[in-house]
Design a protein around this ligand. Structure first.
Ligand code: FCB
Length: 457
């Protein structure tokens, strides 16, 4: 464990520390004030999709406990809050009528942050696609990109005057591959064709979304949050190194190449070009928008080796054994140096603007004993990763802030409520919140950075 004040001393004074959440994981109130179901409501209510059949119906009941939770964010001493906006609250059928009550909730959230001197960083899409749009094919349907464009316009018109930052998407990799090829997340599809269609719709929606944000709220810095994979080849053999490059194209470049260079990666297109949906004349220009910032979500590296099977589909890699024998309770390898390597690799390959670590954190499931949640392993995880971030800043990477995942324990998607990532413990029976020891540690670090002009009188 590193002393939080000493660690704080390694960052410039304009660095920001924050906490992050996502709408479906915390809000609950799934059927209230005009909200209609999303693909996650449908998926989690389908037997066998989530652990224990858990759903976000109630979650942390944040929708009803907004003020209490904003007080907790303030109590953690952080300067900025990253949250997501639920499309099914704003335009419940994905297209069609706007639900003012949904916008009102985020009005209260943003104003509540402002009153407490907390900066706001909103993500427009963190996986809760209005279910009605699934009837047209969801992300596999091109029309969803235009529905997203209108949703982005609607949000920014109403809330853009008070947002400090906005991101179009959270984790394209999960939306495309995890949800449409690996079948783990909603809609649970396992088809390369569906995934390729979702890939292009999502990239297009990102481009249209950036334009929409700029049109409605030109002052708000706009970006995207990605969980690019930190690909670690099993060995430095020529075969494994080539496999790592293919994996980079498949997992990372199929998003960043079109977004930042206006083209899909070559080997990726050689493998899948004939199965991609139609790419219309201006699509790549629309997708290739200059960004004001970008966010990286990092948890653990992806270890891969060359797959010699001639039948293996591109990128023709197989999983390799983790070299580091330390895992969190969700089974993810703990490895801070891979974060640094990934960030440097991305700045080497792309012309990138300033960045934020928009999510980083650890799953440890211990609960309160006599009112105290002793989660020392989480403190160790955070210390090591934040120290890595300090090295990146010292090395000249324009890295401006760090958001811990997560403010509080919440609905961990397919893992339901059994996996806990919070700095604050949530008792789901009583909805009681308890600041964990890691939360206290993070507070000691973060409050050093709260600049006086963001304090309320
Ligand atoms: C990320 C998600 C976030 C949370 C963490 C643990 O992939 O963006 O919602 O589930 O993982």
């Amino acid at each position: 464990m590193i002393d939080p004040k000493a660690l704080a001393g390694r960052f410039p004074s304009d660095f920001m520390f924050g906490v992050a959440t996502a709408s479906y994981q915390i809000e609950g109130a799934a059927r209230e004030d005009g909200r209609k179901p999303s693909i996650w409501d449908a998926f989690s209510h389908m037997p066998g999709r989530t652990f224990n059949g858990d759903s976000g119906d109630i979650a942390c009941d944040h929708y009803h406990r907004l003020d209490e939770d904003l007080d907790l964010i303030k109590a953690l001493g952080v300067e900025t809050y990253r949250f997501s906006i639920a499309w099914p609250r704003i335009i419940p059928d994905g297209r069609g009528p706007v639900n003012e009550a949904g916008l009102d909730f985020y009005d209260r959230l943003i104003d509540g942050c402002k009153e407490r001197g907390i900066k706001t960083n909103a993500t427009l899409y963190h996986w809760d696609l209005p279910l009605t749009l699934a009837g047209d094919g969801g992300w596999a349907a091109r029309s969803t990109a235009y529905a997203f464009q209108r949703y982005a316009q609607t949000v920014m018109k109403r809330l853009g005057d008070r947002l400090d930052m906005v991101a179009t998407f959270n984790e394209p990799w999960c939306i495309v591959w995890l949800s449409h090829l690996y079948g783990v997340h909603a809609p649970g599809e396992k088809s390369i064709d569906a995934a390729l269609a979702a890939l292009h719709t999502l990239n297009l929606a990102h481009g249209l979304g950036v334009e929409a944000c700029r049109q409605e709220a030109p002052e708000v810095p706009v970006g995207i949050v990605c969980n690019h994979q930190a690909i670690e080849p099993a060995t430095d053999s020529a075969e494994d190194m080539a496999a790592a490059e293919r994996a980079f194209q498949f997992h990372n470049a199929c998003f960043f190449d079109p977004m930042l260079k206006g083209e899909y990666p070559e080997a990726f297109m050689a493998a899948y070009g004939d199965r991609m949906p139609e790419i219309e004349a201006d699509d790549l220009t629309t997708i290739n928008q200059k960004l004001d910032w970008w966010g990286l979500n990092y948890y653990f590296p992806m270890r891969i080796a060359h797959d010699g099977n001639p039948e293996a589909a591109f990128p023709a890699v197989k999983d390799a054994t983790p070299v580091n024998n330390v895992f969190t309770d969700i089974g993810w390898e703990v490895n801070a140096p891979s974060l640094g390597k990934l960030v440097r690799q991305l700045y080497d390959r792309y012309d990138l603007p300033e960045m934020y670590i928009t999510e980083n954190g650890a799953c440890y499931n211990m609960g309160p004993v006599d009112g105290v949640v002793d989660d020392t392993p989480r403190i160790d995880y955070l210390s090591d990763h934040i120290a890595e971030v300090a090295d990146l800043v010292a090395g000249g990477i324009p890295l401006k802030g760090y958001y811990a995942w997560s403010l509080m324990d919440n609905f961990e998607w397919a893992e339901g409520y059994r996996m806990r990532f919070g700095l604050i413990h949530v008792d789901y029976e009583t909805q009681e919140r308890t600041i964990k020891e890691s939360g206290k540690w993070y507070k000691a670090l973060a409050e050093t950075f709260r600049t006086p002009d963001t304090e309320t009188a």
